[in-house]
Design a protein around this ligand. Structure first.
Ligand SMILES: *[C@@H]1O[C@H](CO)[C@@H](O)[C@H](O)[C@H]1NC(C)=O
Ligand SMILES: *[C@@H]1O[C@H](CO)[C@@H](O)[C@H](O)[C@H]1NC(C)=O
Ligand SMILES: *[C@@H]1O[C@H](CO)[C@@H](O)[C@H](O)[C@H]1NC(C)=O
Length: 677
């Protein structure tokens, strides 16, 4: 199969902001600039360490705040992580991360967000600090991509040209390893020639359990290469932090009084004495890893699956501690790769010139780390690198689906994330689809249509054989579209070959119902079941059209002809039912109804060409005349004032050949939400 001819840049979509789900479109005052930033981009929440659903830390910076210390870093769902940073300058301690009301506060001078990094420059007395939170996206190396490890680095230079005595310190608590902080933790510190490595885990780990979004079976690692001037300590937060503040170094002691995480919060500190300097000659780098093994129990056979990197021969028989040492040593080459990726994404984004002054690039930079934070697994024996499966957890709030949905590889979430995955490395999309497809081609799955997810208790991926008829058309069409998109962008037809019969069964289900969906609900509005939804019909028709292309790739020309003629006929009928002069009715026959027809993006992307320019024009006209809020247009006429940035972004993408003014307006509204306080 040949890759697609030429598409406009795929708009990477998923992010805390974009996936945060459904926003209330309330009017808010414009944000006041509080410190300078690259391209005036001041997101409400900065990504700090984002490598997996559980290594997922953010820092919010509300209006009027010019430090990283107004509050603790948080998990995507607001759980606190005690993560703190101090610098002592000529014996005076300053705080630059976390919370401690008694210290002098380093103030932010500027900030920058790139796809892999959030960078802050701060001033602390006579020193200027550069703090970088770095979460690699390893598009060319699946082993590295599957290692849930992130970096925090510190650099400084003197503002007055004079040498100053500088000591720097960070620690973190054990809050990464349980959502219930009254649980007991065990910990240890390993000092080798190469590194100082603290680690902590629950005393009674609970496999495949999470509490408030935090995994109960993870081990957190806080580590640094064994550099000159390093000291370390574990112990009660007050003791260890006071030790550094007073002495400028730690005592290399460890606390062996294992206790509850929140009982005199144990912290894992690492400090470096930099001596009298005008500036750092190289960054001081801490590493933060959060490892789970196994990652999931998958499918009807309850297969236990491990982190993918263990299938790499270089880690055969190695421990996670070895992986941590590897990652610390890997830092400087990881920075080089990240520079290349950041530059490429920036150049590709800017080429589109979307949004005012680089807004589109800023959104992509916000989204990229979260889009890549998937769990990538291999088989349990740890040596089989050929069977790769990935799993996605929704790390955004989802009002309609109620709160913090723990769906495993939720199809609608995956659909929103898919353009980003296709751009970063389309194979990753294949690993995510494969886990869904393999389960649904097993005898334990009997439905004629696609499942909405692999279960609702991430990280347990046992499958979902429930009869979910009301959502079935949307999920089924999404799957066909993604399978085709993966094959076309990656040039890899293996999923089509392996699962052709399953895909055909799904397409037949859609073909029979496409124009008149009966009692269907959409993930956008789970509460309401409707018939004759033109939005679901459009999606289904594109799904059938995708199957025609899938059949062509499989060299089955009879199937290709059947599906193609079904899709074309259905699209013609659709047009006569749904299109009125200026708008697309979202329910046939209801002239007041409207909806974001975001699946036109798939029609354009895949070149199914089922919907003609009239339809694209009507969508564009609808956006122009709609009375939305500053954050965009509501999802549909039944959604009140709610919308979703990921769908707005798909709509923008679908209009890239129709009306760039409208496209830009949409990008602008998504950006406005991203920076709104
Ligand atoms: C994408 O990832 C796969 C491994 O999953 C790798 O073999 C391939 O080279 C990567 N593609 C690119 C373009 O880097
Ligand atoms: C490796 O995985 C493939 C694909 O699932 C499977 O066919 C093969 O039997 C596995 N090999 C081993 C040694 O487990
Ligand atoms: C594009 O949209 C803008 C406003 O959003 C409108 O003023 C303009 O007429 C539209 N252009 C076309 C060709 O429809």
């Amino acid at each position: 199969m040949s890759p697609p001819s030429k598409f406009t840049f795929f708009k990477p979509l998923l992010s805390r902001i974009l996936l945060i789900g459904f926003f209330f479109l309330t009017f808010q005052s414009l944000v006041q600039t509080q410190f300078t930033s690259d391209q005036n981009f001041l997101p409400l929440s900065y990504p700090l360490a984002i490598r997996s659903p559980y290594l997922n830390a953010w820092q919010s910076i509300p209006t009027g705040i010019t430090s990283l210390t107004h509050d603790w870093p948080i998990h995507w769902n607001d759980q606190i992580f005690g993560w703190i940073g101090f610098v002592r300058i000529d014996g005076v301690p300053w705080i630059w991360l976390g919370k401690d009301s008694e210290k002098k506060i380093a103030t932010i001078q500027s900030s920058k967000v790139t796809p892999t990094r959030s960078v802050f420059t701060l001033s602390a007395g006579n020193m200027a600090l550069t703090i970088t939170f770095f979460s690699p996206i390893e598009t060319e190396d699946l082993t590295r991509q599957s290692i849930p490890f992130s970096y925090l680095s510190f650099e400084c230079h003197s503002n007055d040209g004079v040498e100053h005595e500088v000591d720097v310190y960070t620690d973190t608590t054990a809050e990464w390893i349980s959502g219930d902080r009254s649980n007991f933790a065990n910990w240890t510190t390993n000092v080798t020639g190469a590194a100082v490595i603290h680690s902590a885990t629950r005393e009674a780990r609970q496999a495949m359990v999470e509490t408030s979004g935090i995994a109960e079976d993870a081990t957190v690692y806080y580590a640094m290469a064994n550099v000159d001037g390093i000291t370390y300590q574990s112990g009660g937060a007050t003791d260890v932090r006071d030790q550094f503040s007073n002495q400028g170094s730690l005592n290399n002691q460890t606390d062996s009084n294992f206790r509850a995480i929140n009982n005199k919060f144990v912290v894992f500190g690492i400090a470096v004495n930099l001596g009298r300097i005008v500036s750092t000659s190289q960054p001081v780098v801490w590493g933060l890893g959060l490892f789970r093994d196994p990652i999931t129990t998958y499918g009807s056979d309850s297969e236990s699956r491990r982190p993918y990197f263990f299938s790499d021969p270089q880690f055969a028989g190695k421990s996670v501690q070895d992986v941590v040492e590897f990652s610390l040593e890997d830092y400087s080459t990881a920075v080089q790769r990240a520079n290349q990726l950041d530059d490429k994404i920036q150049a590709d984004s800017k080429e589109l010139s979307l949004g005012d002054g680089g807004q589109y690039y800023n959104l992509v930079a916000m989204a990229a780390r979260q889009a890549a934070a998937i769990d990538i697994t291999c088989q349990d024996n740890g040596t089989n690198g050929t069977d790769i499966k990935a799993f996605l957890r929704n790390t955004g709030f989802d009002t309609f689906m109620c709160c913090h949905s723990r769906s495993v590889s939720d199809v609608s979430t995956l659909y929103a994330n898919f353009p980003a995955l296709l751009y970063l490395n389309s194979s990753w999309g294949g690993y995510l689809l494969d886990s869904l497809l393999q389960y649904q081609s097993s005898p334990s799955y009997g439905n004629r249509y696609a499942a909405p997810n692999l279960g609702s208790s991430y990280p347990l991926a046992l499958g979902n054989a429930r009869d979910t008829t009301p959502e079935s058309m949307e999920d089924t069409a999404n799957m066909l579209v993604m399978v085709l998109a993966h094959a076309r962008i990656s040039g890899d037809g293996s999923l089509i070959e392996k699962y052709y019969n399953l895909l055909k069964k799904w397409a037949d289900y859609l073909a029979a119902n496409a124009v008149h969906p009966k009692n269907q609900v959409s993930a956008d509005n789970l509460a309401t079941s409707v018939s004759d939804s033109s939005k679901i019909a459009m999606k289904a028709i594109i799904g059938v059209g995708a199957m025609a292309q899938i059949s062509r790739a499989f060299s089955n020309s009879e199937d290709e002809m059947n599906y193609q003629s079904n899709a074309i006929m259905s699209a013609t009928q659709w047009k006569s039912l749904a299109l009125s002069a200026e708008s697309i009715k979202s329910t046939y026959g209801d002239t007041d109804s409207y909806a974001l027809m975001y699946d036109l993006y798939a029609d354009l992307l895949l070149g199914t060409g089922l919907f003609d320019q009239d339809v694209y024009n009507a969508q564009s006209a609808m956006i122009q005349s709609a009375t939305g809020g500053q954050f965009g247009i509501p999802i549909d006429s039944n959604s009140g004032r709610l919308t979703r940035s990921s769908w707005l972004m798909l709509v923008a993408g679908s209009l890239s050949k129709t009306n760039n003014t409208t496209e830009n307006q949409l990008i602008n509204s998504i950006f406005t939400r991203c920076v709104a306080r």
